[in-house]
Ligand binder design. Structure first.
Ligand code: ADP
Ligand code: MG
Length: 448
């Protein structure tokens, strides 16, 4: 057996033992690079995978290897050159013990939906930081990253991750009181408590939690009274080393109308962004979803879906649902042509019409400005930067000429537009958070 065959044999066995999500995540791009003195050297794509394999899967890997070859005494992992095709050669076996999603219900006590787990959460470069931080919390709530603030665009797994954290903590620590709540619900609880003069009671209720998970805190924007109550609850939990986990579609800096003290609280712990999944990860997600649904679709179909839907995992699932429905109704697999026509509507809605008006509107909205402000002559920094970003995006997305850009932003000179584009270009090189912020705006412009 050569090295490649040996590793394929290992992968084939491991695949049966762990969830497809984990398999795709941690074993992608791995291979045996050498064998020496009874040691097998496995190359992995990054230090993340290295740590993970060493800590979580080493025993299993070693056991399988040792069973195949008794000479093998140990395994070492190293980051470096990897075999890109390793994963693709393996077919995914459906697991039968998994439940249909319909069978899950939200838990009354915690508000958590048990369908969201780490096992069915696919990890790729786009979310590995958030995933790792979330996982760390489940091992040691309140002690490592507090608060954890997860942010990223729509449909990219924030809710899934937050709920997975809650579900896992309950599993690990039966006695801990965990509560998940969407911000809108929190807001309405606060409002009705104020109305019924029960705000003290509500505060006490919240202070009983060991882990408080609040989803979509961007909805706190502009709600001063609720922010005040939230600040109070946050502090009292935080002081007692209780874990707080938050999500938002923006970084704290980019949430408009958030009080400064709350913003600095949010930024005080760990901030982890979820960006966009790459093609391989999108395919892995589709495969994982197929498994959950106990169904299989041909590779070319999955590749096709993953190649056209890039920005939203929920839409990826939506496309899959359409195809599965077709499969059930017709008792046959859709071919590529059928797939294309089935997904036509989805694809056209993927690409919103992008024009200058849309870009300016979206930028203004993002920064909670009026379009009038953006095209004004104001030199205030809160306005100048968004204006420059709008100029930059006009250039980038529309390849607009500098005079056109200047005109669209209130009749400014073309040199102003040139300066803006150069400046933003330079800034995003140095400033990762600005880069991400612009990424979010782009996402809204293109797919909002
Ligand atoms: P968000 O809260 O960021 O809008 P969700 O968490 O609601 O996104 O995710 C949308 C859908 O995509 C959910 O059904 C979720 O299970 C799925 N999803 C998101 N990220 C992943 C992932 N990494 N692996 C598997 N499924 C995912
Ligand atoms: Mg969500």
């Amino acid at each position: 057996m050569n090295q490649e065959e040996l590793w394929q044999a290992v992968l084939a066995q491991i695949q049966l033992q762990i969830s497809s999500a984990n398999f795709a995540t941690w074993f992608k791009n791995t291979q045996i690079v050498s064998q020496r003195d009874g040691l097998v050297f496995v190359s992995v794509p990054n230090s993340f995978a290295k740590e993970w394999l060493e800590q979580k899967y080493n025993k299993t890997i070693f056991k399988v290897l040792h069973n195949l070859d008794k000479q093998i005494k140990g395994v070492r992992y190293e980051t470096g050159k990897t075999g890109l095709k390793t994963l693709k050669k393996i077919t995914f076996f459906p697991k039968t013990e998994q439940l249909d999603f319909q069978e899950f219900e939200v838990e009354r006590e915690t508000n958590l939906n048990p369908r969201y787990t780490f096992d069915n959460f696919v990890v790729g470069p786009f979310n590995e930081l958030a995933h790792a931080a979330g996982w760390a919390i489940t091992q040691n709530p309140g002690k490592v990253y507090n608060p954890l603030f997860v942010y990223g665009g729509v449909g990219l797994g924030k809710t899934h991750l937050l709920q997975a954290i809650g579900n896992k903590i309950i599993k690990n620590f039966h006695q801990k009181k965990v509560k998940y709540i969407p911000t809108e619900k929190f807001v309405s609880e606060v409002i009705s408590a104020i109305r019924n003069r029960q705000i003290e009671k509500l505060k006490l209720e919240y202070q009983k939690n060991d882990v408080l998970i609040i989803d979509d805190v961007q909805f706190l924007a502009g709600k001063e009274k609720t922010q005040e109550e939230f600040f109070y609850t946050f502090n009292s939990l935080y002081e007692k080393n209780k874990q707080i986990v938050l999500s938002s579609d923006h970084s704290p800096k980019a949430i408009p109308a958030l009080t400064e003290r709350l913003r600095s609280r949010f930024e005080g712990g760990m901030m982890a962004d979820i960006s966009l999944p790459d093609l391989e990860t999108r395919i892995a997600i589709l495969k994982s979803k197929c498994q959950e649904r106990k169904t299989e679709l041909p590779e070319d179909i999955l590749n096709y879906i993953a190649s056209i839907i890039k920005r939203n995992i929920r839409e990826l699932e939506g496309a899959l649902n359409i195809l599965i429905a077709y499969q059930k109704l017709n008792s046959s697999q859709p071919d590529l042509k059928t797939t294309k026509s089935l997904l036509k509507n989805l694809i056209s809605s993927q690409n919103k019409i992008v024009n200058a008006k849309r870009i300016i509107h979206t930028v203004a909205n993002f920064y909670d400005l009026r379009e009038k402000d953006l095209i004004s002559v104001s030199r205030k920094r809160e306005i100048v930067l968004p204006r420059q970003i709008a100029m930059y995006l006009l250039r980038k997305e529309l390849k607009a000429s500098f005079p056109f850009i200047g005109r669209k932003l209130g009749g400014k000179d073309h040199t102003t537009a040139i300066h803006a584009c150069e400046k933003i270009n330079k800034e995003i090189e140095k400033d990762e958070s600005l880069n991400q912020e612009i990424g979010l705006i782009r996402q809204r412009i293109l797919y909002g």
